[in-house]
Design a protein around this ligand. Structure first.
Ligand SMILES: NC(=O)c1ccc[n+]([C@@H]2O[C@H](COP(=O)([O-])OP(=O)(O)OC[C@H]3O[C@@H](n4cnc5c(N)ncnc54)[C@H](O)[C@@H]3O)[C@@H](O)[C@H]2O)c1
Length: 363
């Protein structure tokens, strides 16, 4: 079992990574400390993995909420469903909310934990690749608003993250591939060696080889923990984790939540950001091509969907938490392994990377 610390003074917590960790009742029992426990999962993950948690916590006062599945259910209504369950169970401030599932369950349950009685303990049991390498670590919680993704939320750190690699065996291929986008992201923004490693180990990763997966999840969590430890509330470096996400969120929004998976949109978004970085003369065309090639080999789209016009994407990009004084700010690359937040990009070049102009005129 691998253990990584997220170093945040009084809010520090461990990330445990390994195969079969959900079967480890003692580990679950130690990580989830309270008597009252609200297990939040969804209708798909519940029959697969909830019994491990239920068995491990037999001696606790355990209640369960099983949400409807999908990004389209990352809503204030799902959040409210959890709050109602907490109130109906008369759970007190000392309770723990446990998220068992992917990033959607983690984000909604985390927001409920952040706000129930002004904040209760929270433990993450991520079961998708994306959640294990990214969303379960760092304390960002949110629900979507019809006008913008993740627009309602709070920072609320978990007290532990337990990533059981065995759960990835049941993950559909499309979801697994979506998680690869966030892994590639760490290499691009701050870990050149990891990017090089991904180029040589992608095939083993796609085959879900346990040792390769373990290394990829570990290195991703180490990168995320380092960034979050240095900038918990995103006043600086943490914004770099949004590489590809401004474009990606716009694609998700323009296509309707759930049609493009988050990771799929981030994969295309990273390629768009790489193209813009090259247009600005920041990275060589050869670097851009390496990035696009790796994203394509992972099985991800490298372009924005043709059905979203430039105007739609631009409109969606105008609602982004990084924007300042009405100006879209973007994370762009200075090299493979180094990124910065920029607002000095060429507007024409931005329009070009958003897609063919014909769709723009038609909009
Ligand atoms: N909080 C953060 O820092 C952060 C970071 C990145 C992404 N996110 C958010 O995460 C969400 C995406 O997360 P996701 O990709 O995990 O999507 P998801 O939560 O929708 O899960 C993907 C699908 O896989 C299913 N599933 C989960 N675990 C499974 C398993 N082990 N076997 C079979 N099926 C399983 C889910 O039910 C769902 O249908 C987005 O809403 C995104 O905004 C948050």
């Amino acid at each position: 079992m691998i253990r990584i610390e997220v170093d945040l003074a009084a809010r520090s917590y461990p990330i445990f990574i390994g195969s079969g960790l959900l079967r480890d009742s003692a580990l679950l029992g130690r990580a989830i400390k309270s008597r009252q426990v609200m297990l939040v999962t969804n209708e798909l993950v519940d029959p697969l993995y909830a019994h491990f948690v239920e068995e491990a916590l037999q001696d606790r006062q355990l209640r369960k909420v099983s949400l409807a599945d999908g990004e389209s259910r990352k809503t204030i209504e799902s959040y409210y469903q959890i709050l109602t369950a907490l109130l109906e169970a008369k759970f007190e401030r000392g309770c723990t909310v446990v998220a068992l599932g992917g990033g959607v369950v983690g984000d909604v349950a985390g927001f409920a934990a952040a706000s129930y009685q002004r904040g209760v303990s929270f433990v993450q049991l991520p079961t998708t690749l994306l959640a294990q390498v990214d969303s379960s670590v760092g304390g960002k919680t949110a629900v979507n608003h019809p006008l913008g993704k993740n627009m309602i939320g709070a920072f609320h750190q978990p007290s532990a993250v337990i990533a059981d690699l065995e759960t990835l065996n049941t993950l559909p291929p499309r979801e697994f591939t979506a998680g690869l986008a966030e892994i590639i992201k760490y290499g691009l923004i701050r870990d050149r060696d990891f990017f090089d490693w991904m180029e040589t180990h992608l095939d083993q990763l796609l085959a879900r080889d346990t040792a390769t997966l373990s290394l990829a999840v570990r290195r991703s969590c180490e990168n995320k923990a380092a960034v979050v430890g240095a900038d918990e509330q995103e006043s600086g470096e943490r914004a770099l984790l949004n590489f590809g996400h401004t474009f990606g969120h716009a694609i998700e929004h323009a296509q309707g939540y759930g049609n493009w998976l988050h990771g799929e949109a981030v994969g295309a978004g990273m390629c768009m950001a790489a193209r813009l970085s090259t247009r600005m003369g920041n990275i060589a065309p050869t670097s851009r091509d390496r990035i696009i090639n790796l994203v394509a080999r992972a099985g991800l789209s490298t372009e924005a969907p043709e059905s979203s016009s430039r105007a739609q994407l631009l409109e969606a990009m105008s609602i982004d938490k990084k924007n300042k004084d009405g100006h879209i700010r973007l994370i762009l690359l200075d090299a493979i392994g180094h990124a910065s937040i920029r607002d000095d990009y060429d507007e024409e070049a931005l329009l070009e990377v958003l897609g063919p102009s014909a769709t723009f005129q038609a909009a």
